[in-house]
Design a protein around this ligand. Structure first.
Ligand SMILES: [Zn+2]
Length: 537
């Protein structure tokens, strides 16, 4: 009887402690606490689980296969399923209701395997972006000890890190999902060795692996020749033109292969593993390639997205139920090079603001924006600077302007060594700069031919080299009704940033380049007449 008494006291403490941990008054039924959807039933299940375990502990028959144990297992399994579903959408809630290790240890062994666990793990980080039509999502995972854990941060995902960084994490594990409190807190994530952006210059030997699925083994929506043309002809030409002939693609198209995955399953890790295994079996040596594109026939399980790519890594997944085209491949491989998206921020009638409405892909003249367009516009000069495709080695320069004067920039797309952009400090506190370009309808920018404002002026981006996810196209005429459709600052207009103390005025534009006056300080710039707007001189 003594044992029962001890167990009874322990059970009472056990329930009380966990109710406090859950933020639930011990005398009340579980109730809606205003948390995210699913939180109440998760609390219900947690309370039921604790109640059953307390009964079991009190009975002193922990190891038998009683009805109580069956019920414990059933509730634990249901709760585990709910936790797994919440882990991505609401990791903070998973952390909130997670059982401390000493409580978990009081459950029968067969139930413990169904319970979340506080874990530490070290391994290589993978940062990936999921490209949806109007939005995108970042995904973090850890390759550790032969397994792949998905990392879900409740706050501040570590966008400053690149794929390949070695990190140590601490969080709550449910299945292969790990909930972590913050990507910037050393209690949940420590950087053991941060990787730097790998070189984006040279020849990238790329293997395109075409896969269909075991439930649709005959689906082959693209011919090998068409894929060869998109990747190794068109996108290769795109890379050469954008990098001023310093980056190119070569490689092979493998498949179609049928992999042991259903078309309703969107497990990118398994799709990659199976696709690579199939290609290897067919005689392709994976070690020969530095880039991989997994071109799926059509995957309804992945219907939310048209592309998925590692940032600073080597893998691209493309869902064949949507487009397979140059702008898609150039965009996804841009992520592999280390780029995030090119945004716009709607500031109402202002050009720049502290907070506005972000459009994830709003920069429609840059292929790292604009997913719903079919054009493959050049990366903007901030993005090219990040890749060393401008202002590095033999690449054309960006001129950093620090004193008043008139500066020349050449057509942005020209394959020559003239200055391609001006870089002007906007804020020293945020280390942000204006990037001024003169875009013309040349090469892959030919789609700009109908946009008179862009052709007759300069395009301005705002970005911070210290933040890889900071590229914003500015609307230099923010009062126009169709925001960002006519973003340029045309000859005859001035843009004055009173805070930065700088005025930018394009004073001429021709086929050979644009002349831009930059004035620092308080001196007033007399802008030319505004009736020249839109006229290419
Ligand atoms: Zn993207």
């Amino acid at each position: 009887m003594g044992k029962l008494t001890v167990n009874g006291i322990f059970a009472a403490w056990f329930i009380f402690t966990v109710l406090i941990l859950l933020g639930v008054p011990p005398t009340c039924e579980a109730q809606d606490n205003g948390a995210a959807p699913g939180a109440s039933s998760l609390e219900d299940l947690t309370l039921r689980l604790l109640d059953l375990n307390a009964q079991q502990l009190a009975s002193g028959t922990q190891s038998n296969s009683s009805q109580l144990l069956d019920e414990l297992q059933t509730v634990a399994a249901a709760r585990q399923q709910l936790l797994a579903a919440l882990s991505e959408s609401n990791p903070g809630e998973v952390l909130r209701v997670s059982l401390p290790a000493n409580l978990r240890a009081t459950f029968p062994a067969s139930v413990q395997t169904l319970l979340e666990q506080q874990v530490e793990a070290e391994g290589l980080l993978e940062v990936a972006v999921e490209d949806r039509k109007q939005e995108s999502r970042l995904h973090f995972s850890l390759q550790s000890g032969g397994e792949r854990l998905t990392l879900n941060f409740a706050t501040n995902p570590p966008v400053q890190l690149l794929t390949g960084s070695r990190v140590r994490v601490h969080g709550v594990r449910v299945g292969n999902e790990l909930a972590l409190s913050s990507g910037t807190s050393s209690t949940s994530l420590q950087v053991v060795a941060a990787t730097t952006l790998p070189s984006t210059l040279g020849v990238f030997n790329t293997l395109v692996i075409m896969v269909n699925f075991q439930d649709q083994p005959t689906a082959q929506p693209f011919t090998s020749a068409a894929v060869q043309d998109v990747v190794f002809n068109q996108t290769n030409t795109w890379d050469l033109e954008n990098s001023f002939q310093n980056t190119s693609l070569t490689g092979n198209v493998a498949g179609w292969f049928t992999i042991a995955v259903n078309s309703t399953s969107c497990d990118t890790g398994t799709i990659k593993t199976d696709a690579q295994a199939a290609a290897q079996s067919a005689g392709y040596s994976l070690a020969n390639y530095s880039r991989f594109i997994y071109l799926m026939s059509s995957n309804s399980g992945c219907s939310a997205w048209w592309g998925w790519a590692t940032i600073g890594g080597s893998d691209v997944w493309i869902n064949g139920m949507y487009q397979f085209a140059t702008h898609v491949v150039a965009h996804e491989m841009g992520h592999n090079f280390g780029l995030y998206h090119s945004h716009t921020v709607d500031c109402g009638t202002a050009v720049v603001c502290g907070s506005g409405t972000l459009s994830e892909y709003g920069d429609w003249i840059d292929v790292m924006g604009a997913p719903s367009y079919t054009q493959a516009g050049h990366f903007n000069s901030f993005q090219k600077e990040r890749l060393d495709w401008l202002n590095s080695g033999s690449e054309p320069p960006i001129m950093t302007v620090t004193s008043s004067g008139t500066y020349q920039i050449g057509p942005y797309e020209g394959q020559n060594s003239v200055v391609k952009a001006l870089k002007i400090l906007q804020s020293s506190s945020s280390s942000s700069y204006y990037y001024v370009e003169y875009r013309q309808p040349v090469g892959f920018d030919s789609f700009l031919s109908g946009y008179s404002d862009i052709l007759g002026g300069v395009v301005v981006h705002l970005a911070s080299p210290s933040n890889s996810n900071s590229s914003d196209l500015l609307d230099m005429t923010p009062s126009s009704p169709s925001s960002f459709n006519a973003p340029a600052l045309v000859v005859g207009q001035s843009y004055k940033d009173s805070t930065a103390g700088v005025t930018i005025t394009p004073i001429s534009a021709s086929s050979t380049g644009a002349s831009v006056q930059v004035t620092f300080g308080q001196s007033t710039v007399l802008a030319p007449p505004t009736n020249l707007k839109g006229v290419v001189q």
